[in-house]
Design a protein. Structure first.
Lengths: 103, 377
């Protein structure tokens, strides 16, 4: 059962970063660095949003020899709509979060 | 720790995290594992891996919790049996730590076994021939009445009977199952059973059980505001008022009453066992009610009745259910499994046991019973 609850400030920060990335795929570690979110908080959010259909995930081939394949993420169309709703509902937090992490 | 070792440490943590994740999240485990390999510094990789381990532990806990809920909703008997066993076990731990006589421990353990045997036999009967709770509830309520009239007395309270040399409190054995039966199938006879039980409780100062019945029936009347549930709630509240008007001078019994507080005086571990046991008693109700489904109202009454019995034990000199010494509450709790029992699929298909379907309500039967009752008021 997936609950549809209001996202926390950290979740909204992550959402804004993914929204700004648009169609570009992001990796877990990069998202942690961009948002300041720890991996222990990041993955439950990604898992939940993927189940809710807000997030697309795909395996990407290794970037070079000896490098591992990586899981990459981006918002789905539904996820972008959700992000816009959150941006409208929390404009200040969304703006400051996006400025802070994407500057 | 030098960098290569630290990197290996991060990898080991990540591998352990992957093994902890539930089967449907194994792909996410691989994602975490490969992401750690891509992190340039061992220190960052270790911090990242520790976070992933926390995720895996949380997801595994959530997985087990979901499984328990699914089993509990699908098979309330398993859930109640599990909580009864655990709470009784915790009660035994408390009594051991409190240096209770060994016979007390044996009585509680035997009561659990006896309860399961009784339920096992009754379940077979229900599966084979179905259940008709109306006459059964009425019969049980008459036993409570007979106890109030002719039972064993102590300090002005008459609520015990002697069975095979053991003294049991009939209200603790009977009232929870009678309340559940009424919640499951409101019928004229079941309503009369509640009225008779309430009257029996009003005859002597059994405030704890009278309060439990009143709480259960009030909650049911709010959840299912039918004419019969309102009559039952009114009768139960009257019974509670009657019980409250009589002085209850029974002193607290060691290992039975007031143990929520005294157990912490024995040892913190003993207090913890009692508190966890008390929470386990109402855990099936919380799980079953929040999950919804056809048994939700029965779970609601189950939780309210046992919660009120526990509250009474905290507020006054009333038996602390299951974790304290006393066989009646343990058997009464286990008997509640019968309140959720279903007849066999063959019987359900043939419609012979339509009466026992959960939360079913017969309006015509309601009116036939209610009219004489209201006329007599």
């Amino acid at each position: 059962m997936i609950r549809n609850r209001s996202p926390s400030p950290l979740a909204r920060t992550l959402l804004s970063v993914l929204a700004k990335a648009d169609q570009t795929w992001s990796h877990g570690y990069d998202l942690c660095q961009l948002t300041g979110i720890k991996s222990g908080t990041l993955y439950p959010l990604l898992i939940r949003w993927e189940k809710q259909g807000y997030l697309e995930a795909q395996w990407q081939p290794p970037a070079g020899p000896g490098r591992p394949p990586r899981h990459a993420y981006r918002l789905s169309a539904e996820g972008h709509r959700f992000a816009r709703e959150q941006a409208v509902a929390h404009p200040d937090l969304h703006r400051s979060a996006a400025k802070g992490v994407l500057a | 720790m030098n960098p290569p070792n630290s990197r290996r440490f991060a990898t080991k943590i990540a591998n352990f995290a992957v093994t902890l994740l539930p089967p449907d999240l194994k792909d996410w485990g691989a994602a975490m594992r490969h992401e750690i390999d891509a992190i340039p510094t061992p220190k960052d990789a270790t911090i990242y891996a520790v976070g992933c381990l926390a995720v895996a532990m949380g997801q595994r806990f959530s997985f087990y919790a979901r499984q328990i809920v699914e089993v509990g909703v699908g098979h309330p008997n398993y859930l109640i049996a599990l909580c009864a066993s655990l709470a009784t076990g915790l009660g035994l731990i408390y009594m051991s730590l409190a240096n209770a006589p060994i016979t007390y421990l044996m009585v509680n353990a035997s009561a659990l076994a006896l309860g399961f045997v009784a339920v096992g036999i009754a379940m077979k009967v229900i599966k084979q021939i179905g259940s008709n709770w109306g006459p059964v509830s009425l019969f049980l309520s008459l036993l409570v009445m007979l106890t109030s009239l002719y039972g064993i007395s102590a300090e002005g309270a008459t609520r015990w009977i002697s069975i095979g040399g053991s003294t049991v409190q009939s209200s603790l054995l009977i009232i929870p199952i009678v309340a559940l039966a009424f919640a499951r199938h409101q019928s004229g006879l079941a309503t009369i059973a509640i009225v008779v039980t309430a009257l029996a409780l009003a005859m002597q100062p059994d405030r704890g059980m009278a309060g439990a019945l009143a709480a259960g029936m009030l909650v049911l009347a709010f959840a299912t505001p039918t004419s019969l549930s309102k009559v039952a709630a009114a009768a139960a509240v009257c019974g509670f008022v009657g019980a409250m008007m009589q002085p209850d001078t029974l002193p607290a019994m060691p290992y039975v009453d007031q143990i929520y507080f005294s157990s912490f005086g024995v040892r913190p571990l003993a207090g913890l066992a009692v508190v966890i046991g008390a929470m386990l008693i109402i855990a099936p109700a919380i799980i079953g009610y929040l999950a919804g489904g056809s048994n939700a109202k029965t779970f609601l009454v189950f939780g309210t009745v046992w919660g009120a019995i526990g509250l009474a034990a905290a507020l006054g000199n009333y038996p602390t259910p299951i974790v304290g010494y006393g066989s009646s509450a343990i058997i009464g709790y286990v008997l509640c499994i019968l309140g959720f029992a279903q007849p066999s699929k063959r019987l359900q298909k043939s419609g012979r046991n339509a009466k026992s379907s959960p939360d079913r309500f017969d309006h015509n039967r309601d009116l036939r019973v209610l009219l004489p009752l209201t006329r007599s008021l």
